[in-house]
Ligand binder design. Structure first.
Ligand SMILES: C[S@@+](CC[C@H](N)C(=O)[O-])C[C@H]1O[C@@H](n2cnc3c(N)ncnc32)[C@H](O)[C@@H]1O
Length: 332
């Protein structure tokens, strides 16, 4: 299978081609289409035993370099099955957010016994987290699927406290492989033009300059940029142990970050704005105060029952089912 950001793949124009069913989330009140990993075997089909130990190792190395190792509350947006969740164990509370309930169920199986974890299902475009509730935000291998990056970035910025950090990963259209293919006439789109390329439905690669402009517009200040995953070559990956290859990649992270030619780019960005007082301790905040109504935007919500929160404005109720707070649909 070719190297990808996503799930099952049939061809390799640049990085990935996901075969998941695509839903149009107009049904959820947003006109932006969303890729649907519901029912997908992402963990087994893409990661486990699929020869991606190097990608996993080098992404972990990048995150260790960029993430504050501890704090009150961290959220991973588009966390999938919680592949990277062990990196967040220095935090008092860990929110794993994803559109796919199936993948979140996988995460519950692994992390559900740990009371620090909160599992939340919803759509990034109507992010059901309250404003400024996070000390740190992470998003890896998700931008790649976003049809409306500015709208998503506005939501991400809203939920992080000013002065605090978001680590954002995106797929780089100006990667070495795309450049070579284009120069040889084997690829129609130019890796040098700034607009995003959707090479297959809901699979986008982005130009680093375009992404820098979008993050700045959304109110993020870029502190550091790393070029990651230079060695996604099956022949190399077969010969060199994953950890060693990741260590070599790590030597290129910073120099490469000045002019990324790698397929993946990690950015550490600080949310601009006046720094508020220290966030309330995790024990001082009820679970309903973590949330915002995805339909009308009211926050915080009110706790009705241990497994039920409601919106004081529109009255919609959202429940926790099998450990997952479900904001994809209100309770009928
Ligand atoms: C390629 S997977 C990456 C999962 C995880 N970040 C990792 O690196 O292992 C992309 C994830 O983004 C989620 N996703 C895509 N669009 C989303 C949206 N609009 N709102 C919330 N999650 C979304 C998918 O459900 C999926 O779990």
């Amino acid at each position: 299978m070719p190297e990808t950001q996503g799930v099952p793949v049939v061809q390799d124009q640049s990085q990935s081609v996901a075969l998941n069913e695509i839903v149009n989330s107009t049904t959820n009140g947003s006109p932006v289409p969303v890729i649907d990993y519901e029912g997908s075997g992402y963990r087994r089909d893409f990661w486990e035993g699929q020869g991606r130990e190097y990608e996993d190792a080098t992404e972990r190395l990048a995150l260790r370099r960029l993430l504050p190792s501890s704090g009150r509350r961290i959220a991973e947006i588009g966390a999938g099955f919680g592949r990277l969740a062990d990196l967040y164990l220095g935090y008092e509370q860990i929110v794993l957010f994803d559109y796919s309930r199936t993948l979140l169920q996988d995460a519950v199986q692994q992390w559900g016994q740990d009371p620090r974890f909160v599992f939340v299902a919803g759509n990034i475009y109507q992010l059901p987290l309250a404003s400024g509730v996070l000390d740190t935000l992470v998003m890896v291998r998700v931008m790649h699927h976003l049809a409306d990056v500015p709208q998503a970035l506005a939501q991400l910025r809203r939920v992080v406290r000013p002065g605090h950090v978001a680590v954002l990963e995106y797929a780089n259209k100006r990667n070495l492989k795309a450049l070579l293919r284009w120069m040889l006439g084997r690829q129609s789109w130019s890796p040098l033009s700034s607009e995003p390329v959707e090479f297959v439905a809901l699979n986008f690669d982005f130009h680093p300059d375009w992404m820098a402009e979008q993050t700045a517009r959304a109110g993020f200040r870029c502190q550091e940029r790393l070029a990651v995953s230079h060695f996604r070559l099956p022949s190399l990956k077969r010969r060199v142990p994953a950890e060693k290859l990741a260590t070599l990649d790590g030597l290129l992270f910073r120099p490469g970050g000045h002019f990324p030619l790698s397929p993946s780019v990690f950015v550490r960005a600080v949310v601009q704005g006046e720094e508020a007082a220290d966030s309330p301790k995790v024990t001082e905040l009820g679970v309903a105060e973590l949330f915002r109504c995805p339909t009308c935007g009211t926050e915080p919500l009110s706790q009705v029952e241990p497994e039920l929160v409601s919106c004081p404005q529109c009255g919609r109720r959202y429940q926790r089912h099998r450990q997952i707070w479900d904001f994809k649909e209100p309770v009928p």
